[in-house]
Write a protein that binds this ligand. Structure first.
Ligand code: WQD
Length: 342
């Protein structure tokens, strides 16, 4: 029986982390799920077990705690890779409570990298970054060469700083190589309907708000403005199925594990390459659910950018990856999941 390559997935019970854990498992990796359950539910572990028919190792760890991180790495000295999702990610909350974001998103990262530094084996590191780093881009579709503007929120700033920390560390070490993946807008749920998005409290994001309105948790969806300079006046985003996004992590990890990387650090935009407006997403929902959504046009949301969608050529060619699932398939999977969890 060949020894499985062991990978730590921090934030592994979160939305994207759990879907990536599934892809890793079925690709034959040994998956160590690390999560502090501050923004996820232990029930996700049950969903993962139902999909993989296996007990994935789960370590409940507060990554802000240096001692706990030290013990984690002493226990798993044989890891070959880390996919780092663990972070707080609510843009609005980060404006209200910036220190929580700088502590949780950056201290955790530094604690991990300081333990990596002590390891003998080389480590392949995938970082969960975000198109948020671009802010309102000057050029569309957005390439990785797009200007990184001053972050518009502490959350976005932690992603920019996180990328810089990882890049500097990878340039200082010949046994640490990393890829940052700048996600656009992840939506949807696994085809098994065993895992999906589980926003805690009132959802911030469009698709969970649509599906929760549709099951009656909210009376109506407010569309945050329809007077933007776009085709139908509503903001445009690049909505990518979370399973397509998860698969991009496997492609990135294998590129590093197989030493195919041309430098110690690289960055990729992960989206579908297609922009969809808020009203187009609503129309997609009404089509796949065959029901009308109760919504009304409200005022703009502070901090919203007008338009963002990815130029995915670099990921397509270098990672040999592309998004395969459509907006309708992603919205439909989100709807099926919402109907299950109600
Ligand atoms: C999408 C569009 C809203 C809710 C997200 C994450 C951010 C980052 C990037 C990870 C916008 C509109 C929404 C509602 C609405 N992801 N909307 N009514 O703003 O692109 O940011 O993706 O790093 O962390 O927050 O996504 O889903 O919040 O909004 O009209 O009730 O839907 O105005 O145009 P956004 P979103």
């Amino acid at each position: 029986m060949p020894i499985k390559t062991k990978i730590i997935v921090t934030g592994g019970l979160g939305f994207i982390g759990s879907h990536t854990a599934v892809e890793l498992y079925f690709k034959g990796f040994e998956v160590i799920i690390v999560d502090d359950l501050s923004n996820s539910s232990i029930d996700v572990l049950k969903g993962l077990k139902n999909i993989t028919k296996s007990n994935l190792i789960f370590e409940k760890i507060d990554l802000k705690n240096k001692k706990s991180v030290k013990e984690l790495f002493e226990k798993h000295v044989d890891i070959k890779g880390i996919i780092h999702f663990a972070a707080s990610k609510a843009v609005g909350e980060s404006v209200q409570d910036p220190l929580k974001y700088y502590e949780n998103n950056l201290i955790s990262l530094i604690n991990i990298l300081q333990e990596v530094e002590k390891l003998k084996n080389s480590i392949s590191f995938i970082f969960s970054s975000s198109c948020t780093v671009y802010g309102e881009a000057n050029n569309l579709p957005i390439t990785e060469k797009e200007t990184i503007k001053k972050a518009e929120s502490p959350y976005g700033n932690t992603k920019q700083i996180g990328e810089e920390i990882i890049e500097d560390f990878s340039n200082s070490s010949d046994s640490f190589k990393a890829i940052s993946l700048r996600y656009f807008n992840p939506i949807g749920a696994h085809s098994s309907n065993e895992i999906g998005e589980l926003p805690i409290g009132k959802p911030q994001n469009l698709v969970p708000f649509i599906t929760q309105t549709a099951v009656g948790k909210y009376k109506e969806l407010i569309v945050f403005g329809d007077n933007y300079p776009t085709s139908d006046g509503t903001c445009i985003r690049d909505y990518i199925h979370v399973v397509d996004l998860a698969k991009a992590h496997i492609k990135s990890l294998n590129r590093l594990l197989d030493n195919k990387n041309s430098s110690n650090y690289d960055v990729f935009n992960i989206g579908t390459g297609k922009g969809s407006s808020v009203l187009e997403v609503i129309k997609s929902f009404e089509k796949v659910s065959n029901q009308k959504l109760n919504y009304k046009i409200g005022s703009r949301r502070k901090g919203d950018i007008i338009e963002a969608y990815a130029n995915t050529k670099k990921a397509n060619s270098i990672l040999n990856w592309e998004a395969k699932l459509s907006l309708d398939q992603a919205v439909n999977s989100a709807w099926k999941w919402q109907q299950k969890i109600q």
